[in-house]
Design a protein around this ligand. Structure first.
Ligand SMILES: Nc1nc2c(ncn2[C@@H]2O[C@H](COP(=O)(O)OP(=O)(O)OP(=O)(O)O)[C@@H](O)[C@H]2O)c(=O)[nH]1
Ligand SMILES: [Mg+2]
Length: 263
């Protein structure tokens, strides 16, 4: 099939030499081409002192240096360098299933969604979440649901698939780990969004998340977001559809996908 659209895969990295090669090897570029998508890989490096950048260059990725610290900061810079029609994000630590990118892109198109977030809560492998992460994630997700009336089950997941055009309509405020919950809240309140279950593996290499400090910052950020973006009471309209993506490589045919359309 001829190339009709470009998918930009944006990966923030900070000293991920152990996992990055595996992540890049797992991206099914050929499969994407078969279904009509060219593929661009944008690696946003926060100033790694190991072989991370070398690995990125060796694999033909576009490398963007963003010395300012922060997961959210890295994404904001990465998105501005992405030339694709569709953006896919994931970590450079081999925890997310990069092999599912073509299926997720297809689902975005087939169901005419603007944003897909992945839900790791149903299919995570042993030790992929330290118990404190799991408890923290549950609490943050509960607060997110309560404050924004969005039916999200994994507010901290870092693998998203969305249309780049979405970015023209929103401004982000978070520079740190809270970027993840912020993009989901905005997507689920303002665009057509869905959450899809995917497998999740134990990361390779050292985590950058500071469980307690980031957990507290993320909690505070939810309240900031609530008053900053949505000063009036959110409506009770239903806002999501959870889709299970089975591992047997077939996209489920859903007769009715409810979408988030708020404004
Ligand atoms: N460029 C850049 N990348 C960062 C920064 N902080 C984290 N990252 C990358 O962002 C991704 C997510 O960070 P992780 O440490 O995996 O955080 P996490 O996924 O919440 O935690 P784990 O569950 O332990 O993986 C990884 O690929 C990191 O290398 C930063 O300040 N700058
Ligand atoms: Mg990670």
């Amino acid at each position: 099939m001829s190339i009709q659209k470009i998918v930009s895969i944006v990966i923030p990295v900070l000293n991920e030499e152990k996992g990055l090669q595996k992540v890049l090897d797992e991206i099914p570029k050929k499969r994407l081409e078969e279904i009509g998508y060219g593929c661009e890989i944008v690696i946003v490096d926060g100033g790694s002192t190991d072989r991370t950048r070398e690995i990125a260059y060796k694999n033909g990725a576009k490398v963007v240096l963003e010395p300012r610290r922060g997961y959210g900061r890295a994404y904001k810079t990465g998105f501005s360098h992405a030339s694709g029609d569709i953006i896919v994000t994931l970590d450079g630590d081999h925890s997310y299933p990069a092999y599912l990118i073509p299926k997720l892109v297809k689902m975005l198109e087939e169901y005419r969604l603007d944003f897909i977030s992945t839900n790791r809560m149903k299919k995570f492998t042993h030790k992929s979440f330290p118990w404190l992460h799991l408890v923290g994630n549950k609490m943050l997700t509960f607060i997110t649901r309560l404050l924004f009336r969005v039916n999200i089950n994994d507010s901290q997941s870092g693998m998203w698939v969305f249309r780049k055009s979405m970015l023209d309509k929103i401004d982000f405020i978070a520079d740190g780990m809270a970027f993840s919950e912020e993009i989901k809240v905005l997507a689920f309140r303002l665009f057509r969004a869905a959450e899809i279950s995917v497998p999740y593996r134990k990361r390779i290499g050292k985590q950058k998340l500071n469980t307690l400090v980031d957990g507290m910052k993320n909690t505070l950020h939810l309240f900031t977001l609530r008053w900053y973006f949505f000063p009036s009471k959110p409506s009770w309209l239903p806002t999501y559809m959870l889709i299970n993506l089975p591992e047997n490589n077939r996209i489920p045919i859903l007769p009715d996908l409810r979408r988030t359309i708020i404004c």
